[in-house]
Design a protein around this ligand. Structure first.
Ligand SMILES: [Zn+2]
Length: 254
């Protein structure tokens, strides 16, 4: 299998893994840069439920305007501008996930910080994930969706790191909608999505244990930035192990 065929296979596996873990359902999507032209194109499934995506369903899209490279391509996801605008603005991003997980949505609706509470989510860092509020950006008349490149560009700007030399932010919450995350590889994007969801679930458990979210935010000993850095380095070599077991789980369900 050549590099492009392997990429199609991996992207379709990634889509089905995210569905199996409840991160996406009938909606949500994952993309990666097109290895044939990574500066100008990205790969994303046609408009299809993530659990059903196979390699033959992947379409190449232009980063410049989110239109298909081949005009005869099947219809794409309405919100594909999320992906194109992030790739356009941040050249260190290789993969993007957009999802509506109900475990994540509460953290985009109230000022409870979503940041790392355990080592597998250390990529989230010690600073709260930003919240993109489409109502603030475009007024009260939107339907909450990222429908065009203007919306996509505004969301993408929320990924800007605090200092120019830092990597692109891994996660932006979207009020009343879901979240979008970035990663420097496709497999790492899946890893980040799964452990972002787990991290949110742990935080929600902490709110129960602490008698409320405000109490949890004050009482929780979040990972420090130093701990996050060290843990990310330790996890870097473990991504393939997780990927392999998640792929095996897909095979068992066939
Ligand atoms: Zn969405």
């Amino acid at each position: 299998m050549d590099g492009y065929a392997q990429c199609l296979e991996d992207l379709s596996l990634a889509s089905r893994i995210l569905a199996q873990h409840g991160i996406v359902d009938g909606f949500g999507h994952i993309s990666c840069r097109d290895p044939r032209s990574p500066k100008d194109q990205y790969l994303l499934a046609r408009n299809l439920a993530p659990a059903l995506v196979g390699p033959e369903d992947i379409v190449a899209w232009r980063i410049s305007d989110a239109e298909p490279v081949d005009p005869k391509s099947p219809r794409g996801f309405l919100e594909r501008c999320i992906h194109s605008e992030i790739y356009r603005q941040f050249e260190d991003v290789e993969a993007v996930v957009h999802f509506h997980s109900p475990d994540i949505i509460p953290y985009g609706l109230m000022p409870i910080p979503l940041k790392a509470v355990f080592h597998m989510a250390s990529f989230l860092g010690a600073v709260a994930a930003p919240i993109f509020d489409i109502g603030d950006a475009f007024g009260p008349e939107t339907d909450m969706l990222i429908r065009n490149t203007t919306h996509g560009a505004a969301l993408a700007e929320a990924f800007t790191p605090p200092v120019p030399s830092a990597p692109t932010r891994p996660l932006v919450l979207m009020r009343g909608h879901g979240a979008t995350l970035t990663a420097p590889s496709l497999k790492l994007a899946v890893f980040r999505a799964i452990y972002t969801q787990t991290n949110a679930r742990i935080l929600t458990s902490l709110s129960t244990l602490a008698g409320g979210a405000q109490n949890a935010a004050q009482m929780t000993r979040f990972l420090t930035s130093e701990e996050c850095e060290a843990s990310m380095a330790a996890n870097a070599g473990q991504v393939a192990r997780s990927w392999d077991v998640w792929c095996r789980e897909l095979e068992k369900r066939r």
